[in-house]
Design a protein around this ligand. Structure first.
Ligand code: ADP
Ligand code: GLC
Length: 481
């Protein structure tokens, strides 16, 4: 029987969306995946918190005002059109969301009421699934990371028949709160249990998503297998093993309209596959100037663009730096986060002026110049659910040097033949990283081989359309039409 082609109505729930709200790859995914699903024929809508950047970006029309357990007054739900995006429900509750700072915290650290802020988001999403907007009702609710983790719990608490999908972008962020906060969530008391939102005595919003969603996904096949093990499972491996039958890995993509070296305003000169060598040479010189590195076209320029957290393995890179410099390389870092790592890279830059440079901030334009101007982008992560940095590097013709884990293992080809696109290592040691770097140096000294790898890298296809097809298949299994 031919499958029905009626459009499936899906509601995506998330805390970030590029370019308005982004702390990492999640923002990029939410800007691209729902739009790709809409392009593939889904009737898609977003549900987002009313953060200042989103309120500024879109004029929204009020759809409904909801009485919720989280505020005395009714909460206004608007429907907005962010440019290039499917329609978005905005949870407009200024007391929770209209604050200076990022989506999760301000100058004084994480917001202390994050459990209530994201409970409201999940609660509203569940209410929409149950028909709060008379004009549109989803057949599937799809939440992302702990920020949306309570949505499936609220669906179950309401006895909803709407199935839910929960995507893990990073298991390391547990959305953890003291048990006493559970009372603020307006969930039935029995939900605070091992078979529920309780996690080693605390409340975990990630656990809520993992336990209550009908289907689980994560952002690469290798990470989907890794998180079933104690080493990568972040203490959720037992639960994930029990739910392995409903867990699958679907690789993220790259949005070619956002990441395109031929039309990137942050670059001194656009380039494509055919003039990559010339275009990248101009970008490299500009990058060396901007970062205070010696303007040396022949020194292989390694770089990393990253959050500085234990996940990213940048302590290994710091330890490998002297060896990298000794081999004749340069290194540029763009990143911020952990104090120790920031100080370590700042000290390395002081010790090796002209050879090591560190910009300890978030800077979208500089990130793009780095992907274009660097020869090698190092991503030595201890774990990496998918990783977008290496995908952007491939597209911009910088060869990734990665630890073989998670999405890095699924997207970078280290081979002896002409399919190779980068360099990979296994052990979590500076020596292993340096070993891979030494192989990069060897290829760099052979321009024809290097050009071949750059061509391979730039022509690899990581399309969102392919990911969208896989999600649609999964949706149709959950909600046959
Ligand atoms: P994660 O989501 O774990 O941080 P990803 O590789 O999936 O890792 O995505 C990181 C995204 O954030 C990429 O788009 C990367 O370019 C960007 N990014 C990270 N740090 C910075 C920074 N300091 N300045 C600009 N962009 C950054
Ligand atoms: C997380 C992961 C990263 C992934 C991103 C988008 O932040 O750390 O590996 O690419 O989410 O899915």
């Amino acid at each position: 029987m031919p499958r029905s082609r009626r459009k499936l109505r899906v509601l995506h729930v998330a805390a970030e969306i590029y370019p308005w709200v982004k702390t990492g790859g999640l923002g990029d995914v939410i800007a691209a995946l729902p739009a790709a699903l809409a392009a593939a024929g889904a009737d898609l809508r977003l549900c987002l918190p009313g953060l200042p950047a989103l309120l500024d970006a879109a004029r929204e029309n009020e759809v409904v005002r909801l009485a919720t357990p989280f505020a005395v007054e009714r909460v206004r739900i608007g429907l907005a059109r962010l440019p290039g995006q499917p329609p978005a429900y905005i949870v407009d509750h200024p007391a929770f969301f209209d604050r200076p700072g990022g989506p999760y915290g301000g100058p004084d650290g994480e917001f202390p009421d994050n459990h209530r802020r994201f409970a409201l988001l999940g609660w509203v999403a569940a209410a929409l699934a149950e028909g709060a907007d008379p004009g549109w009702r989803p057949q599937i609710l799809h939440g992302h990371d702990w920020h949306a983790g309570l949505a499936p719990a609220y669906l179950k608490a309401r006895g909803s028949a709407v199935p839910s999908v929960f995507t893990v972008h990073n298991l390391a962020y547990h959305g953890l709160f003291p048990a006493a906060r559970f009372a603020d969530l307006a969930l039935p008391p029995e939900f605070f249990a091992i078979d529920g939102v309780e996690f080693y005595g605390d409340l975990s919003l990630m656990k809520s998503g993992l336990f209550y969603a009908d289907q689980l996904t994560t952002v690469s096949p290798t990470y989907a297998a890794e998180i079933l093990t104690p080493r990568y499972g972040a203490n959720f491996d037992g639960l994930l093993q029990a739910r392995a039958g409903v867990l699958r890995g679907i690789l993220n993509g790259v949005d070619p309209t956002v990441w395109n070296p031929a039309a990137d305003a942050a670059l001194p000169r656009g380039y494509g596959v055919d003039d990559a060598e010339a275009g990248k040479a101009v970008a490299k010189a500009e990058l060396q100037r901007r970062m205070g590195l010696a303007e040396d076209a022949t020194a292989p320029l390694f770089a990393t663009v990253t959050r500085l957290t234990p996940q990213k393995g940048m302590d290994l890179l710091l330890a490998a730096l002297p060896g990298l410099i000794e081999l004749g390389g340069q290194f540029a870092l763009l990143g911020n986060g952990d104090r120790d790592l920031e100080e370590g890279f700042a000290a390395a830059a002081l010790a090796e002026p002209g050879r090591v440079a560190a910009a300890l901030r978030y800077d979208e334009g500089l990130a793009r110049l780095i992907y274009a101007g660097a020869d090698v982008i190092a991503v030595p992560s201890r774990f990496e659910p998918c990783g977008l940095a290496q995908l952007y590097a491939l597209r911009y013709g910088a060869l990734p040097l990665v630890r073989r884990t998670g999405g890095l293992a699924d997207t970078v080809v280290d081979a002896d033949d002409d399919t190779a696109t980068g360099f990979a290592f296994d052990d979590e040691t500076a020596e292993a990283l340096l070993g891979a770097a030494a192989r990069a140096f060897a290829v760099y000294r052979d321009p024809a081989r290097w050009r071949g790898m750059v061509w391979q890298a730039m022509t690899r296809d990581f399309s969102w359309a392919a990911a969208a097809r896989e999600y649609l298949t999964l949706y149709r299994e959950l909600a046959p039409t």
